[in-house]
Design a protein around this ligand. Structure first.
Ligand SMILES: Nc1ccn([C@@H]2O[C@H](COP(=O)(O)OP(=O)(O)OP(=O)(O)O)[C@@H](O)[C@H]2O)c(=O)n1
Ligand SMILES: C[C@](O)(CO)[C@H](O)COP(=O)(O)O
Length: 227
């Protein structure tokens, strides 16, 4: 299975002065933990890291240190996650029929989760990992007034990996460019194009390292796993 890792963000919400994926958790850069999980997932055979070329010296140093057994390519990132994935899709080897996309910032996803997504994408056009929300969610207007309380039984928090048929995902991204759609994940493009996307049970610990608090939580989870 081909794996694209969007890793070209700047980490505004982290408040750091560099790509947050280069920050250390348990003495390893965040991106290194993501790569180690992909390396340990038996179904993953090729990895594309979508990143800003200014970060390539540091990414190359991390790769040299990790000595992964799988082929890894660095691909130029874009100015949004959507643009980065678009670039990644253009750089996939021609043989790629399905692809998993996994945020570099979700460094706690387990090899088992990669494997279950890789297995499931063989039987449907699109899927995402997700977990049922635990909170009561409110829809609030611009004045801070609650408009609605949606039925929690229908609400899932989206995660990655997200898996797709490559041909369909390329078509959905191209349609997104034509229509000017701005989305935060690839499943949203499938949804807008009316193509079914399945939910695969994700992992509660598969958080996206977004804020400084998430760094502390990631540190705690990795420690509890014995790292
Ligand atoms: N232009 C971009 C923006 C984001 N990403 C990647 O998409 C993933 C999810 O994005 P997010 O957590 O929002 O990362 P940042 O964009 O770096 O953070 P922020 O929104 O706080 O600036 C991350 O692995 C990030 O590196 C990307 O590849 N290209
Ligand atoms: C794809 C994603 O990780 C799903 O949770 C997420 O949507 C990407 O980043 P953002 O923080 O929502 O912008």
């Amino acid at each position: 299975m081909y794996l694209l890792i969007p890793a070209a963000g700047i980490g505004k919400r982290m408040g750091s002065n560099r790509n947050k994926l280069l920050l250390l958790v348990r003495s390893q850069p965040i991106i290194a933990w993501t790569l180690l999980a992909a390396e340990a997932a038996s179904t993953i055979s090729w990895i594309g890291i979508i990143s800003q070329s200014t970060d390539w010296p540091e990414f190359n140093a991390i790769l040299a240190d990790l000595k992964l057994t799988k082929p890894v390519e660095l691909i130029q990132g874009g100015s949004t996650r959507q643009e980065s994935v678009y670039n990644g899709l253009q750089s996939l080897p021609i043989a790629a029929e399905q692809v998993l996309i996994h945020d570099g910032a979700r460094c706690l996803a387990t090899p088992d989760l990669f494997n279950s997504c890789a297995e499931s994408i063989r039987h449907c056009p699109g899927l995402i990992a997700g977990v049922p929300v635990k909170d009561t969610i409110k829809i609030v207007d611009g004045q801070g007034i609650i408009q609605e309380t949606p039925d929690r039984r229908q609400l899932w928090a989206a995660q990655t990996p997200q898996g797709f048929d490559v041909k369909l995902l390329k078509q959905c991204h191209a349609e997104g460019v034509r229509q000017g759609w701005e989305v935060t994940d690839d499943a949203a493009l499938f949804e807008k194009c009316g193509i079914e996307v399945r939910i695969v049970e994700g992992e509660e610990t598969n958080l996206k390292v977004t804020t400084p608090q998430d760094l502390a939580i990631a540190e705690f989870i990795l420690t509890s796993r014995g790292f």
